[in-house]
Design a protein around this ligand. Structure first.
Ligand code: PLP
Length: 335
């Protein structure tokens, strides 16, 4: 299996960088160019690679994971190459197209429909994953919210690519969900650029950075459970965006920069603009963010006027613009 897996490795990472027109040097790393179309390929590969190496997975192991989209697709595509059976546990926030792709990739998809106590679905999905693991004795839960190989993927690949490319770096804005990306990238990049500011971008209603739990409407950003991984991260600030700002961010990222990003990329673009209305920005500053998946999968939601109107009617009063500033999470303490 390892040989087959290493063939996939050459299709993950070393993604292109684009320079955008902005009031500073703004670059976007096109993580949608990865094997299955998202930044989550890096985590999926690394978790499977290490579990196979440690003999925690054999050819008959059932892989199980809770994901509302990209991580499930990444695992499904890699498991297909390896001939491994995979059951994703998804929820109603998944994009219609992502669900269709997933159902064509794997034999069985489990879709939960009961919101958890936070009005999200993550806790319900995790309960389902645990049930499946009990039902199948030879099963392996990749556990993106607790598996250190998630963040180590970003430490060893994305973080390293960034360090190799840049000579100066002032800010990186990173959308958060499992917090694998922000943890791995922040750890690695601060080794070369100790003064770089790492800004987490979260969506209203997500509990990751202590917002009041509320219903969320998009996948790829936010969570209804705090991630264990973030304890290892080095984060300098958090920007929360509302659904309205996220949607506008997606649309302006496309109209101003020609980047068709997904929900989290739009959220980050909105967060960058919001952040620099409160903080000084100069022409020579180098700011980086990631286009984390393909915007095409969001044509039925954030780019669809009827969906937007429905969702904006349901969202509650906007939350404060910037909730927390330096320093947010001391290493080794939980939130
Ligand atoms: C499109 C997209 N952007 C950002 C993220 C957040 O990445 P992480 O889970 O590493 O925090 C995800 C996670 O699912 C994602 O799918």
């Amino acid at each position: 299996m390892l040989e087959k897996l290493l063939k996939v490795q050459s299709l993950i990472g070393n993604t292109p960088l684009r320079t955008l027109n902005f009031d500073c040097k703004l670059s976007v790393k096109m993580e949608n160019a990865n094997y299955s179309g998202s930044i989550k390929d890096r985590a999926a590969f690394n978790i499977l690679y290490n579990a196979i190496k440690l003999n925690e997975i054999n050819q008959h192991t059932l892989i199980v994971e809770s994901s509302s989209g990209n991580f499930a697709i990444a695992l499904a595509m890699i498991c297909k190459q390896l001939g491994l059976k995979f059951i994703p546990v998804i929820d109603p926030n998944i994009n219609a197209d992502s669900e269709k792709i997933l159902r064509m990739l794997v034999e069985e998809v489990v879709k939960v429909d009961k919101p958890d106590i936070t009005n999200g679905y993550l806790l319900t999905r995790i309960e389902k994953v645990k049930e499946l693991c009990q039902q199948y004795p030879n099963s392996y839960w990749t556990n993106q919210y607790g598996n250190p190989y998630n963040y180590l993927a970003y430490y060893h690949s994305l973080g390293k690519e960034i360090c190799n490319h840049f000579e100066r770096l002032d800010y990186i804005f990173i959308a958060v969900s499992s917090c694998g990306t922000i943890t791995g990238v922040s750890k690695r990049v601060k080794e070369k650029f100790p003064d770089v500011k790492i800004i987490a971008v979260d969506v209203e209603g997500s509990v990751l950075f202590s917002d009041v739990p509320r219903k969320r409407f998009v996948s790829g950003i936010g969570a209804s459970k705090k991630s264990q991984l973030v304890e290892e991260a080095s984060i300098d600030g958090v920007v929360h965006v509302t659904h309205k700002e996220l949607i506008k961010g997606c649309r302006t990222l496309l109209s101003e920069q020609g980047v068709l990003g997904g929900a989290s990329s739009g959220a980050v673009y909105a967060a960058i603009k919001k952040y620099f209305t409160h903080h000084p920005l100069s022409k020579d500053m180098q700011v980086l963010f990631f286009s984390t998946d393909k915007g095409d999968s969001y044509l039925s939601n954030v780019y669809n006027d009827a969906w937007v109107e429905r969702v904006l009617h349901q969202t509650e009063a906007p939350i404060p613009a910037i909730m927390l500033e330096v320093p947010v999470i001391p290493n080794g303490t939980s939130l």
